[in-house]
Write a protein that binds this ligand. Structure first.
Ligand SMILES: Cc1cc2nc3c(=O)[nH]c(=O)nc-3n(C[C@H](O)[C@H](O)[C@H](O)COP(=O)(O)OP(=O)(O)OC[C@H]3O[C@@H](n4cnc5c(N)ncnc54)[C@H](O)[C@@H]3O)c2cc1C
Length: 339
């Protein structure tokens, strides 16, 4: 009789689910990964391999995790890179530059001051630094990780739309339609996580947030460029043209028309003139805790010992990387919890 049981069943095959599957397999666990096949945030994101430089003064734990984890992506990210292997951090004010420089030094981020007059075509900033961030083709990176999973002994991802059920008597979840029996289930379903949990009657403290960014053909960027004060515009090289992003306003993004207008105004402000009709807007979803985390680089909730606001469940872990750059960090935490 064939024993198809596994130690861990991972729901979701975005960068989080796959890094967990690879890490579990490397630790000798029998693992299977199921996914509904829909492209999640791992394909529809801004595509920066972060050094952590951008977050350093504001979110030092996230910044430190990015800095410590990014090298683990290099073999997969290098063949997927667009543009230069380093980017630019630009500042309108010397005070802001000093604040970032202090934070980079505390974390050890490798930033090099450069002559602001040489900062590309942009109006001369007060200060400019070379930072080790670069832009990645996410479909190439995802495909590379699928190959790595295969060579690490993870069976091919099974196409499967999972529904969770929690039995109130046993406090265990099962999966419908029936999946291979497993000791533990790891939910790495990105934006699908809150609904999967709620529909199973599992209380949680997660919510989804939509984020918009733009694709502008006809413009070029040598590498990632961030303005770290002022409007905080980020641009990065894309397959043809550039990607453009702005932070949310008071924690939220507006309508598609409003966000297009905001991005076009920012491009004008930075003298990046373009054909206005060509800017396309892309929406992505991040799943986050409703309360601020001390360490937003990854969230791993072990429902065998749940935090406040979560329903105890004897065989379920929930995993959400704050950034794909920190997904290996999240995977390590999951596998530690499974050990
Ligand atoms: C707009 C945007 C820009 C970003 N930019 C960056 C960046 O530049 N750099 C960076 O490091 N991070 C960035 N991030 C964060 C990063 O993209 C995410 O943290 C990461 O991709 C999340 O990966 P994941 O595997 O958890 O989720 P996902 O990639 O969303 O994968 C979850 C998968 O689970 C599947 N699934 C859901 N429900 C079910 C179900 N019931 N059954 C089976 N499968 C299911 C989904 O279809 C999906 O394929 C960005 C995020 C957004 C939204």
């Amino acid at each position: 009789m064939i024993d198809d049981s596994v130690d861990v069943l991972v729901i979701g095959s975005g960068l989080c689910g796959l890094t967990i599957a690879v890490t579990a397999a490397r630790h000798g666990l029998r693992v299977r990964c199921l996914s509904d096949g829909r492209p999640g945030a791992s394909l529809a994101n801004f595509g920066q391999l972060h050094s952590g430089a951008v977050y350093a003064p504001v979110l030092p734990a996230l910044s430190t995790a990015c800095w410590e984890q990014r090298d683990r992506w290099h073999d997969l990210a290098r063949p997927a890179r667009f543009g230069k292997a380093h980017g630019l951090a630009l500042f309108h004010s010397a005070d802001a530059a000093q604040r970032y420089l202090d934070a980079w030094r505390r974390i050890g981020i490798d930033a090099l001051e450069v002559d602001p007059r040489g900062a590309g075509r942009f109006p001369s900033p007060a200060a400019a630094f070379r930072i080790p961030d670069y832009s990645v083709d996410m479909s190439v990176l995802n495909a590379g990780l699928v190959d790595l999973a295969r060579t690490s002994g993870v069976p091919d991802v099974q196409r499967y739309t999972a529904v969770l059920r929690r039995d109130p008597e046993s406090g265990l979840v099962s999966i419908a339609p029936p999946a291979p029996p497993s000791r533990m289930v790891v939910l790495a379903a990105g934006g699908g996580t809150p609904t999967l949990l709620s529909n199973a009657g599992i209380q949680h403290t997660l919510h989804n947030r939509r984020i918009a960014w733009g694709r502008q053909p006809g413009l070029a960027a040598e590498g990632v460029t961030y303005w770290l004060d002022g409007d905080l515009l980020a641009i990065s090289p894309d397959r043809s043209g550039i990607r453009v992003g702005l932070p949310s306003v008071k924690g939220g993004y507006g309508t598609t028309a409003e966000e297009r207008a905001r991005l076009l105004e920012a491009l004008d402000r930075h003298r990046l003139h373009q054909s206005r009709s060509d800017l396309s807007l892309i929406w992505g979803t991040v799943c986050e805790p409703t309360s601020l985390l001390a360490d937003p680089s990854s969230l791993v909730v072990d429902l065998r010992r749940p935090p406040d606001g979560w329903t105890p469940t004897g065989n379920l872990l929930v995993a959400l990387p704050g950034k794909w750059t920190t997904a290996w960090h999240c995977a390590d935490q999951v596998v530690d919890a499974l050990a």
